[in-house]
Design a protein around this ligand. Sequence first.
Ligand code: C2E
Ligand code: MG
Ligand code: MG
Length: 596
Amino acid sequence: MANKTVKILLIDDDDDDYIMTRDLLSEIEGTRYELQRAMTYDKGLELIDQKSHDVYLVDYRLGERTGLELLREAINNGCRAPIIMLTGQGDKEVDVQAMKAGSSDYLVKGQINAPLLDRSIRYAIERKRSEEDIYRMAYYDILTGLPNRFLFNDRLKQAIALAERYNRLVAVLFLDLDNFKRVNDTFGHHMGDKLLKKVAERINLCMRKGDSLSRQSTDDSVDTVARLGGDEFTIILSEIHHLEDAAKVAQRIFNALSLQFTLDTYELFISASIGIAIYPHDGKDVSSLLKNADAAMYHAKSEGKNNYQYYRQSMNASALERLTLENNLRKALERNEFVLHYQPQVDIRTGEIVGLEALTRWQQADGRIVPPGEFIPIAEETGLILPLSDWILHTACKQCKEWHAAGFPDIAVSVNISGQQFQQKNFAKTVNRVLEDTGIKPGDLFLEITESTIMHNTDMVFTTLYELSRLGLRLIIDDFGTGYSSLSYLKRFPIHAIKIDRSFVKEINTSPDDAAISKAIISMAHSLKLKVVAEGVETKHQLAFLREQACDEIQGFLFSRPLPFEEVLKLLSREKKGSGIVFSILNRIRDMAPRA
Ligand code: C2E
Ligand code: MG
Ligand code: MG
């Protein structure tokens, strides 16, 4: 502030006060103050409206009226600069009221000296500046300067209230860029951010004149463009006369976005999908309008992107639910809502944890954890499984490296590989790159594939399997026994182990058939030099039976449910110290007679 001239407006009808203030300011060193004066209430208000001062000094007594009234009126009119109240010795209580009404400070005339005045002004300006920063951070998106979700909700609530009163229509547009992730992946986030900024500017130019993006007033018919996050933008058209008006704006936005974007030396094109919901037809409150505009946007995506769709009630409930799930799944990836949990695999002879199977969970924003059975099939149908699988493989290897670094260098990680992922042309190369990127050895990564993957498109599968095994990776056939492969068929492939499906293990002590099948699988697998893992082991009796049959490894709730990353470290430490559950269970069943 030292180099800048601070402009002060004194609103005071008393000449002595003016002279005193002027003299005090001239005594201050280090800051240059420029003082202007308004003699009356009305002149003061008029000058405040021009917003050309850094701070206002307002006398409490202004003829017929008070400085307090002026303070309230100025703030109401949108004044955001600090106002300091000057009170007389006898104006008790005024100080509290002034502070309550929003004044930055108060000074008692007759008790003011130059340093006090200087400090009060500088603090008031500084405090106001931090208040403004906080306001901006709370209600505006830092990247684009657009209103954020909170301000958007607020504005929509206001628009709805006004529309209700005056019987008007309000349109909510939900816009999502098409294939934005590709921009990020290809050019990096930095470039993605630049694009978002430019997109924000272009959308904003499509709005009605005068509807500025960072407007902070509660003006009657303001159209708001907001950024909810990622590549999602929402728009409120606060006063439309016909339903088609919303489509016209959507079309204007398409036209604006269709022009090439130049970012540094790159030239790129982007399109968007827009969903439209109208108050009061498609919802009467903020959340239903937003939800329905979002559903309509997703409908636009499924119609081939780069188009707009109005929300239709006829989108039947189940299709909508499915669309919403798909939509959310797509966003989940961008929002990093997936986490890996790990289930230990225990060597039945030594009781050591030899590996951890990575099992993916979807942790939704509302805290609900969706199990993979609910989203993996949809991810497979929509192709989302590929980017998701990349993330899973990468994360599992990275976290495996962290266990190694934490003092457990022999732990392997097991990752489930979807059919589509496995059938990708360069799958083995992709895996190799992940190993290099994360720095784990090939022998530390197990890949679990299902029988159906192996039965599919045999030539290609064959090649990939050999490439992987040459790299030194171990392959496990998951859920063995549920498909159509036979062990003699599997003999042709470089496979390390099979995992007996949970459904056999479940009845192993009660169903003679399941017991016989499990026994046969174990002994045949051993004769083919394959290891056998049993999954879904829940009881000590199941464990005793499997031990008797010389099954090699065990996985199941008996030892541990799949655990979050941090819990795994604790579990590994406890087992190492010999105070863990695995250790104690294996000790206890040692003398137990197997029950088949
Ligand atoms: P899976 O690979 O056969 O995984 C074992 C499933 O059995 C896991 O279910 C695990 O929580 C559950 N389980 C383990 N021990 C017991 C037990 O003692 N009793 C019972 N009742 N269940 C047990 P989850 O995590 O729900 O996963 C289900 C399936 O989803 C997995 O079966 C796998 O096929 C698939 N999946 C999970 N994560 C991924 C992934 O990252 N990628 C792919 N492609 N598929 C995944
Ligand atoms: Mg598995
Ligand atoms: Mg399995």
